[in-house]
Design a protein around this ligand. Structure first.
Ligand SMILES: N[C@@H](CCC(=O)N[C@@H](CS)C(=O)NCC(=O)O)C(=O)O
Length: 286
């Protein structure tokens, strides 16, 4: 279903020097980090349901986090979290369901029981998918398996290009991660997850036409550079060189969430550190 496209001016991220919003004043707030794929899920759901005026985005700079976030908003100190009806809730998969059940806008889950059952199966696979894909990036596992799973899943319903045919919360759950793994695996392993997977290729193409998602997308080069930078930092830490690492400063883009090109991320030239076994990578990068 088509939704009204609203192009928002994205607010700058709040950091340790920022005052808190007036918490529990009746405003519904979605706390995110512009670079967090988990937060991105809820951001996409909010946009798709056309809730831009009802749910205020509050981006947080996780690397220079305001202390009030943990103290007053969300003791788990993670994003995403949603302040609604004098309560704060977390966990991205719970939140996308919560938005769907408690707010107006196009439904994110179809009524068809078979599709609902399949949705649960696919949602419960997301963590396994992520660990398998991370292991693949690190070189600890065969790259293809998690993406083969998605290709097969995309063949189940043929009334549209998405996991349940029409766009749903399952697509939202996977989109931010595919957005990262696709270019990262191309860059690090020269592995194209769409080769030999026509359904996945078409899913990515169709996803990129959804405004609610497009507005949350990070610049690809910036994402890849950021993830590689984290790989390198982790590698240096693991090799005992962490104490000589300079503090990594955020680019302007990272602070404001502005799209790419305006202040390019420094490129990591040390390709040799990438892809070695045992390198850590967190796609839930701050
Ligand atoms: N299971 C959580 C994961 C959320 C998460 O790990 N968020 C990261 C950023 S992408 C975070 O807030 N990290 C901060 C920290 O762990 O201190 C969800 O699905 O919402």
């Amino acid at each position: 279903m088509a939704t009204v496209s609203v192009q928002e001016d994205l607010p700058p991220a709040l950091d340790s020097t920022s005052n808190p919003p007036s918490i529990f004043d009746g405003t519904t707030r979605l706390y995110i980090s512009y670079k967090c794929p988990y937060a991105q899920r809820v951001w996409i759901a909010r946009n798709y349901k056309g809730l831009q005026d009802k749910i205020k985005l509050v981006p947080i700079d996780l690397q220079n986090r305001p202390s009030w976030y943990k103290e007053k908003v969300y003791p788990a100190n993670k994003v995403p979290s949603l302040e609604h009806n004098n309560e704060v809730k977390g966990e991205s998969l719970d939140l996308i369901k919560y938005l769907d059940s408690n707010f107006e806008g196009p439904a994110l889950i179809p009524d068809d029981p078979a599709k609902r059952e399949f949705a649960e199966e696919l949602l419960s696979y997301t963590d396994i998918f992520n660990s398998s894909a991370i292991a693949a990036v690190k070189g600890d596992a065969e790259v293809g398996a998690p993406f083969d799973y998605l290709e097969t899943a995309l063949s189940k319903f043929d009334d549209g290009p998405f996991f349940l045919g029409q766009f749903s919360l399952v697509d939202i759950a996977y989109a931010p991660f595919i957005e990262r793994y696709h270019p990262l695996l191309l860059d690090v392993k020269k592995y194209d997850i769409t080769t030999g997977r026509p359904k996945l290729a078409s899913w990515i193409e169709e996803l990129n036409k959804i405004d609610a998602y497009k507005q949350t997308k990070r610049d690809t080069q910036e994402l890849v550079a950021h993830l590689k930078k984290r790989l390198l930092v982790r590698h240096l830490k693991n090799s005992g060189l962490g104490n000589v690492l300079p503090r990594i400063s955020l680019s302007n883009n990272e602070r404001t969430g502005r799209k790419a090109g305006e202040a390019p991320e420094p490129q990591i030239k040390n390709g040799g550190a990438i892809g070695q076994k045992g390198l850590g990578i967190e796609l839930n990068s701050n």
